[in-house]
Design a protein around this ligand. Sequence first.
Ligand code: AKG
Ligand code: FE2
Length: 269
Amino acid sequence: MEAALEAAADFFKLPAGEKAKFMSNDVFKPVRYGSSIKDGEDKVQFWRVFLKHYANPLAHWIHSWPQNPPHYRERVGEYSKEVKRVALEIAESITESLGLDPTLCQLAHRLDGGMQTMAVNCYPPCPSPELALGLPPHSDYSCITVVLQSTPGLEIFDPRDGTWKTAPDTRGALQVHIGDHVEVLSNGTYKSVVHRAALNSRKTRISIASLHSLGMDEKMGVAKELVGGDEGKERYRESSFRDFLDSLSKNDIGTQGYKSFIDTLRIEK
Ligand SMILES: O=C(O)CCC(=O)C(=O)O
Ligand SMILES: [Fe+2]
């Protein structure tokens, strides 16, 4: 895990020209480098550069990943496999806790054959960390996200008292988030986790978020066993990863009037 964080940090240390090879605003690109550090352009500053790439199946995507630094593919590749195992185990326990028939639901199996997107984030030291954020509050569209961070900064919204809680700073500890698509599957029994990234003035912070979801065009809807009869009505519309990317391309996180993806899926009573 340490090795993956180091490889990620080394990528961001490369000369700008090397990273610019991956620069794109197209959210459908399987590998994409971007920055939201725009001097004076936006009112709200998000102090983050990122590299996003797909990782499942690894053999299909790894050749599109950066070749520089030389150890990047191997180390981040190993990490992606490890973290996928963790996500599949959690998927099994979610299915079980909802009382869903594993042969019908097959969440873990669908994630195994689904999309894994790795968001590799770099937050440089910020001179006024209290005035800016690395990433604004959001929930992930995924079913399950696993986050690894080099230093604290990840904050979780606690809906019980309306406060932000700093995720534990145990180095190397994985943080697991429920994403929007598990909220949908469970018809709202599980709620996706609202989180944000805070900044610090001293050190560069690296995080690697691995987002596990169904295939690009596979629709996630409310589990049929959880609706009808006494169970009540469906509270969410179906959607796919592609639907999420479509909505992201029109309505990016942090822009004015941004509507979170899960809010677009809610069926009003
Ligand atoms: O940097 C972090 O801790 C959070 C990253 C994150 O939420 C994301 O990439 O979706
Ligand atoms: Fe996130």
